[in-house]
Write a protein of this length. Structure first.
Length: 50
């Protein structure tokens, strides 16, 4: 196996950071869309009777 080139570490960390940002944006948009979808469908919680 060849030793890594000098720019490989920088490219690897750049890809890691960009990947984390992209995954965060995708997950955040999924949560927003899911909350918007179920916003009007929530039923009130039943009152607990002791």
């Amino acid at each position: 196996m060849a030793p890594p080139l000098p720019g490989d570490k920088k490219a690897g960390f750049t890809g890691l950071v960009v990947g984390v940002i992209v995954i965060f944006c995708i997950m955040f948009s999924i949560v927003l869309l899911t909350n918007r979808h179920y916003a009007g469908k929530a039923e009130p919680a039943a009152a607990a009777t002791p």
